[in-house]
Design a protein around this ligand. Structure first.
Ligand SMILES: C[S@@+](CC[C@H](N)C(=O)[O-])C[C@H]1O[C@@H](n2cnc3c(N)ncnc32)[C@H](O)[C@@H]1O
Length: 339
């Protein structure tokens, strides 16, 4: 459970202060620990500083993912409390934020996603990277193999039987990472059907090692809110579609795939809002910017971060954070935070 003696001590110190039994010495120790964690976070953020953007992209996850947050890592880590030890993430997807927190800052992750083959892939990636690499190294990144893999994965998706977890993870990774988009059961990307690229890609699978506990389950987000009522959550739900809010710029669902967006179209944004309103712990929520999301989370919106800033993309609307009349363009994202 504890990575080393230092971690165990820091938890013990914090507990003794929280329970009110801490001596002056313990209080000082706790402050030192939090300061050290804060330093770690600050050093990490400093290492991500960019020139054009506030923070550079960080991609530690071996999988590509639609709606991935590799450009948002700095903004989201900045919004988290210093010294946080564990994060609950109910919409894992490609896990950009979770891998950064776990691998670079040693934060424990408890995550879920509703897409079963993705969850099986993550479980194998975390617990069985060497076998997963060996299975992937048997496949050739060419059109014929892509077609065969897609057919096998489609059969599994329709019947939910006939394959071991290692086989599902192998097929899922191959199909998804070599696809255009990327997209589940999608079309091959000519860019990714390439020996050299494929070799590098699967070496990342082989070399992936977590720094602290990282658990992934296949369930819907409500269940994690029920199980962890006081923990800190990071939520990156499917973005609100135009069907749900006329000012949304997202016309069609993408999860798990544009042609069958069963985990996106009809997603219950109201239930997520109720879970977050009733939650006793803190949270960071990344969402798309539209009237309904800003209305629902008006008490928590911290910023319109600039990882997808539309500057220079031809829009001339007024920034949310600027005085009326200044002609700065809007970000498409919002970050809502409760500490
Ligand atoms: C925006 S993506 C997360 C992207 C991720 N942050 C990344 O960096 O790759 C949203 C995820 O929510 C998942 N999802 C959709 N409905 C869900 C539900 N009811 N419960 C849990 N996960 C769900 C989708 O499968 C998708 O992977």
């Amino acid at each position: 459970m504890f990575r080393n003696e230092k971690d165990r001590n820091s938890v013990a110190d914090i507990q003794s202060v929280d329970s009110g039994s801490g001596s002056g010495h313990h209080v000082k120790e706790q402050q030192n620990n939090l300061w050290r964690c804060g330093m770690k976070k600050n050093e990490f953020l400093h290492s991500l500083r960019g020139t054009k953007q506030k923070y550079k992209r960080l991609s530690l996850s071996p999988i590509r993912y639609a709606g991935g947050k590799s450009l948002a890592v700095g903004h989201i880590v900045e919004a988290l409390p210093n010294g946080i030890k564990r994060i609950i993430s109910p919409f894992l997807g490609g896990g950009s934020i979770e891998t950064a927190l776990n691998l670079r800052l040693g934060v424990e992750i408890i995550a879920c996603d509703i897409l079963e083959p993705l969850v099986i892939y993550w479980q194998q990636q975390i617990n069985n990277p060497t076998d997963l690499y060996h299975e992937l190294s048997k496949l050739r990144p060419d059109k014929e193999t892509y077609k065969e893999v897609k057919n096998q994965l489609k059969r599994y998706w329709e019947t939910k039987k006939g394959l071991s977890d290692l086989e599902v993870a192998t097929l899922y990774f191959f199909n998804h990472n070599l696809s255009y988009g990327p997209s589940f059961l999608g079309w091959a990307s000519s860019v990714y059907l390439d020996e050299g690229r494929y070799k590098k890609m699967i070496e990342r699978v082989r070399d992936f090692r977590t720094e602290a506990s990282f658990k992934v389950s296949c369930e819907s987000f409500e269940q994690l809110f029920e199980k962890y009522p006081t923990d800190f959550f990071y939520c990156d739900p499917p973005y609100m579609l135009k069907d749900d809010c006329p000012t949304s710029k997202m016309f069609a669902g993408i999860y798990p795939q544009r042609n069958f967006p069963t985990h996106h179209k009809g997603f219950n944004h109201g239930v997520l809002h109720a879970c977050l309103e009733n939650h006793k712990g803190g949270f960071v929520l990344s969402y798309n910017h539209c009237e309904k999301t800003t209305q629902l989370y008006k008490n928590y919106i911290k910023s319109h971060p600039t990882w997808q800033y539309t500057m220079g993309q031809g829009e001339t609307r007024i920034s949310f954070n600027r005085k009326e009349g200044t002609n700065i363009k809007l970000s498409h994202e919002i970050l809502a935070v409760k500490i």
